[in-house]
Design a protein around this ligand. Sequence first.
Ligand code: UD1
Ligand code: CA
Length: 484
Amino acid sequence: MTRHTKAQSIQAIILAAGASSRFKTGRTKLVEKICGRSMVLYPTDIFVNLNIPTVMVVGFQKDILEEVVKEEFGNKVTFIHQQEQRGTGHAIQCTRDSWHADTILVINGDMPLVTQENIEKLIKKHHDNDATISFATAHHCDPEAMYGRVIQGDDSIKIIEAKDFEGDLSEQCCINAGIYLIKRSFLENYLDKLQPSAVTKEWYITDLINIASAHKLTVQTVAVPFDRIRGVNDFKELWAAEQIKKSEIIQHWMSNGVRFAVAHNVQIDWNVTIESGTSIGSGAQLLGNTKIGKDCAIEAFTCLKNAIIGNRTTVYANSVIEKSEIGADCFVGPFSFIHGNSTLNNNATIGSFVEVNRSEIGAFSKAKHLSYLGDTTVGQKVALGAGLVTCNYDGINKHKTIIKDNAFIGGNNTIVAPVVIDESAITAAGSTITENVPAHALAIGRARQINKEGYADKVRAKQTIKPLASAMTEALKTTYESQQ
Ligand code: UD1
Ligand code: CA
């Protein structure tokens, strides 16, 4: 008998066809996200990584599920349709035509915390003992938990589903994890012997253990920590699993030199990367493919989604950066909104209540207060005054603004695109710029101020209290007095 220690002698079957009825969303739970990734992708990743040919059994909302899996793994996973969801045993029956390896690994798709190490340990034990069936178990004493209970006698082992168990579940703390290694020859001979449960009318994969044991075939188990094999059947279990996944991710970055001020209220996706020396403030949301460089300060309640942040950059509190790249040594926020594939080059500053959309800001340029920059290219060392608005939209089309190196834009400017403000030009405060400004020119686009001597007194003399205004003043006075 050859020992099958190579990954190639195994194939994996991921069970993912179930109706997810306990989730009560009407959607398949397998695409529900845990730390930004559909839960079924976590176990799938392990088999793809081990080069184990993988089949996924799909049924309920199969198109949605297949799309999610294909997006990450291309054609590395093939799909088998289980038309009606008649239980995990029935799901295996549907895969019969795909069996080609000597050992079939079956795993529930709803266990996102399982590790490659857990799987490898089970494979090793199975092969070392030349077992017919091996499966993972865990210790969990909650009588309310609907896991199959592993009942071990002197010479027998069987799994009884919690729903079918008669007696006190609190005494039954050995549970079935939902990962099985089965000899193909055993499946070929015995799979048809499964009978539906009298209680649920479903075919259970777990009955294969009972059959193997009854025939005195070798059954092996491997104990795994419960936190690694938690099943996710409703939002409470999803929340619990997500806390574990999140704390693993955060601890990983902590051990790589990242400081989390309040780790438990940070949201972080599995694909985010953070370099050493960086600190993450309370309530930060680090999402998607965000990449944060070295020695950055990401302050409280920032939201970074698919953002790239260069080394030593500070993102002050309450800023949102989406799908944009911030260079090194930049300052952003507080309360900035940078989005739409925008770029900040090194040493740029985008200050409070500034929105940057589909724009590029050159090195050492600054827009520190209350501005909108849309479809704008800003050169280097440009000063953009408070209250600047680029009018990029004429109601039908978007137009570009170009502001070249060393330009100075006065406060409260309105720049009506398309327009080019050439290098070292200055625009006066309060200007509405509708025409190109040549290099080194001063543009003044506002009405000239006139001072009329003594006119203030004349204006006051003309001002009389109108009856309506006077009535309102009386009413306000009465209200004020009644509140005293
Ligand atoms: C299952 C096990 C239980 C184990 C637990 C571990 C059975 C009968 N019970 O229970 O012993 O303790 O997992 O988490 O296997 N699925 C299909 N087709 C179906 C039914 C289910 O593909 O017809 C898929 C589901 O999408 C899911 C997986 O199989 O990913 C497990 O099904 P689920 O209903 O979650 O089983 P549990 O009741 O959790
Ligand atoms: Ca389950």
